[in-house]
Design a protein around this ligand. Structure first.
Ligand code: DX5
Ligand code: ZN
Length: 218
């Protein structure tokens, strides 16, 4: 049976105190921390890279950093992110032609491997062979690049298609996800929820996380 995972996105936290922000949501029930790495090429913004991840890992040794790599050359950052203590490495399908090579590199460095699909990328690009090498697929529910965007409900059929084909694969949703939108994600097969604004912007973080967990457990 799949586990239900809540991964708050650190992108919505106060970067001036990044590690304590991560600790705060872990104390309030988060499972993983979703770390949005943007390189200014795959997406226009620049956020953080391996050195910052390393400082967070040093501050919180048992943290599971779910690294969402919005980068143009995903293979380049596998080793630095692994050395920084990355737990899972999610790269974009759109960013490379040699997906198996990137996955092989991720596995070689001891991380979980995942592929993210942009809103315009259909589930059908993922072959059974590719899926068999992956620990998770991320179905983007916004265009990658920034936090606080509106949830795209039109991505739900893609999620459902993947869940119907792959009963045991971890399926993650990212973008505009929170207590108000989590139910449709769960109903369509997601078991891993990323939430930035909905967690870090919540009056009661513990409540927001437990609301989402309740939905994902049903
Ligand atoms: C978007 C990032 C998301 C984002 C989510 O490029 O991949 O992880 O931070 O933020 P919210 O939950 O605010 O949409
Ligand atoms: Zn993300």
């Amino acid at each position: 049976c799949l586990s239900s995972i809540i991964a708050p996105s650190a992108l919505a936290s106060d970067f001036g105190k990044l590690a304590s922000e991560c600790q705060r949501v872990l104390d309030d029930g988060a499972d993983w921390l979703h770390m949005d790495v943007m390189d200014g090429h795959f997406v226009p913004n620049i956020t953080m890279g391996a050195p910052v991840l390393e400082w967070v890992k040093k501050a919180i040794p048992d943290i599971k950093m779910d690294c969402h790599m919005m980068v143009a050359n995903p293979i380049q950052w596998v080793e630095p992110v692994a050395k920084a203590g990355g737990y899972q490495y999610t790269f974009h399908y759109e960013a490379t032609d040699d997906h198996l090579a990137v996955i092989k590199e991720i596995k070689k460095h001891g991380m979980r491997a995942a592929i993210a699909l942009n809103p315009s990328t259909p589930a059908s690009v993922l072959s059974d062979e590719l899926i068999s090498q992956l620990d998770m697929v991320l179905v983007m529910t916004v265009w990658p690049g920034k936090g606080g965007q509106k949830f795209m409900a039109e991505q739900m059929p893609k999620l459902k298609e993947l869940r119907t084909k792959y009963a045991k694969l971890d399926l993650q949703v990212d973008g505009g996800v929170g207590p108000a939108t989590i139910d449709q994600c769960t109903q369509n097969g997601a078991n891993v929820a990323v939430a930035g604004t909905a967690v870090f912007g919540a009056k009661d973080v513990k409540q927001a996380i437990s609301d989402m967990r309740q939905s994902i457990n049903t």
